[in-house]
Design a protein around this ligand. Structure first.
Ligand SMILES: Nc1ncnc2c1ncn2[C@@H]1O[C@H](COP(=O)(O)OP(=O)(O)O)[C@@H](O)[C@H]1O
Ligand SMILES: CC(=O)N[C@@H](CCC(=O)OP(=O)(O)O)C(=O)O
Length: 257
C-alpha cells in the first residue's frame, strides 16, 4: 500500500548529509511511496546575519525576527538553501519543487507576541502539496508562512509536524546533526513520550532539540506509526524512535557507522 513520509531536513545537516540518503529516498519513491521534505536553514541564516553584522538572538530555540532578519530568512531559507536542496534532489533523479508556506497560501498563521515576525501556525491548506504529490513531485518546503500582513518566520520542526498532520503521513523523520535524543547521558534507541517530556523538564533536552522533541511527541499523539529523530550524517543511523503506545517491543541496538 502506498505510504507517505515527511522528512524534516535540519539546517545543521544539509551541507553534510550522507549522500546515501538520496538512494534511500529514491528506493522509497520507486516502491510507489510518496515523500515530502521540510527544511530549515538556521545555521545558514545565522551566517548571513553575521556577514551583515546583525546579531542572532534566540529565545528558547526561537529566533527573534526583526524586519531585516525576516528579509534574510526569505533570501536564505526560501532562496539559497532551498535551491541547493532542490538541485541535489533533481540530480539524484528525485523530481523536486521548492515552496514556502506563502505559495498557494499553503501554511498560515499569526504573529507571536514579543519575538518580531515569528509565526505560530494556525492552518495548513494541503491542496498545493496534494497536487504536487499526485503529479509525482516531491514538495520541498521551508518554514516561511503566510501572516496577516506578510511573511512570518516559523520554526522548521514545528512547521514539519503541522504539514505532516495535514497530509496524514505514515512516517515522520527528523534528520539532524546528532544520532538521536540523549537521555541519562546516552543516545536512546526507543523512547516513550513520558521519557521525552521528562528530558525537557530536567533540561537534558534543550535548545534546538526542544522543538524536535515536541514535534515527535505530537506526531506520536496523532498516531503516526513510524516517528524518529535520526542522524543525517549516517544513513545507517536508526536514531531514536518514539515507542508506539501499543507497541511493547523494546529495541536496544543503536547503530551508527
Ligand atoms: N538531549 C539532547 N539530545 C541530543 N541533542 C540535543 C539534546 N539537547 C540539545 N541537543 C542539541 O540539539 C541540536 C540539534 O538541534 P538544531 O541545532 O536546532 O538542529 P537542526 O538544525 O537539525 O534543526 C544538537 O546538535 C544538540 O546540540
Ligand atoms: C522562528 C525560527 O526560529 N525560525 C528558524 C527557521 C529555520 C529553522 O528552523 O532551521 P533549522 O531547521 O536549522 O533549526 C530560524 O530562523 O532559524
Amino acid at each position: 500500500m502506498k505510504q507517505r513520509k515527511m522528512i524534516k531536513l535540519g539546517g545543521s545537516i544539509f551541507e553534510q548529509l550522507d549522500s546515501r540518503y538520496f538512494k534511500e529516498w529514491k528506493d522509497w519513491c520507486d516502491a510507489g511511496h510518496e515523500l515530502i521534505i521540510l527544511h530549515g536553514g538556521g545555521p545558514a541564516l545565522s551566517a548571513y546575519c553575521e556577514t551583515l553584522e546583525i546579531e542572532s538572538v534566540f529565545r528558547e530555540g526561537v529566533r527573534v525576527t526583526t524586519e531585516e532578519v525576516l528579509l534574510g530568512a526569505e533570501r536564505v531559507l526560501g532562496g539559497e538553501v532551498q535551491s541547493k536542496i532542490v538541485y541535489q534532489l533533481n540530480r539524484s533523479d528525485l523530481p523536486a519543487v521548492g515552496l514556502t508556506g506563502i505559495d498557494g497560501a499553503s501554511i498560515g498563521g499569526e504573529q507571536r507576541q514579543g519575538l518580531g515576525a515569528v509565526g505560530d501556525i494556525r492552518f495548513v491548506d494541503k491542496t498545493l502539496f496534494e497536487t504536487l504529490l499526485g503529479a509525482g513531485y516531491i514538495p520541498v518546503v521551508t518554514s516561511l508562512i503566510t501572516g496577516p500582513s506578510g511573511a512570518l518566520n516559523s520554526n522548521g520542526d514545528t512547521c514539519a509536524i503541522a504539514v505532516a498532520n495535514a497530509l496524514d503521513v505514515d512516517a515522520f523523520e527528523l534528520l539532524t546533526d546528532v544520532e538521536g535524543v540523549r537521555l541519562d547521558g546516552v543516545y536512546q534507541a526507543v523512547v516513550t513520550r513520558e521519557m521525552l517530556e521528562g528530558g525537557i523538564k530536567t533540561n537534558e533536552i534543550h535548545g534546538g532539540m526542544i522543538p524536535k522533541v515536541e514535534a515527535v511527541i505530537e506526531a506520536s499523539k496523532q498516531g503516526i506509526s513510524d516517528v524518529r529523530i535520526r542522524s543525517g550524517k549516517y544513513v545507517t543511523s536508526q536514531g531514536t524512535r518514539v515507542k508506539e503506545e501499543t507497541d511493547e517491543r523494546i529495541t536496544t541496538n543503536l547503530s551508527t557507522s
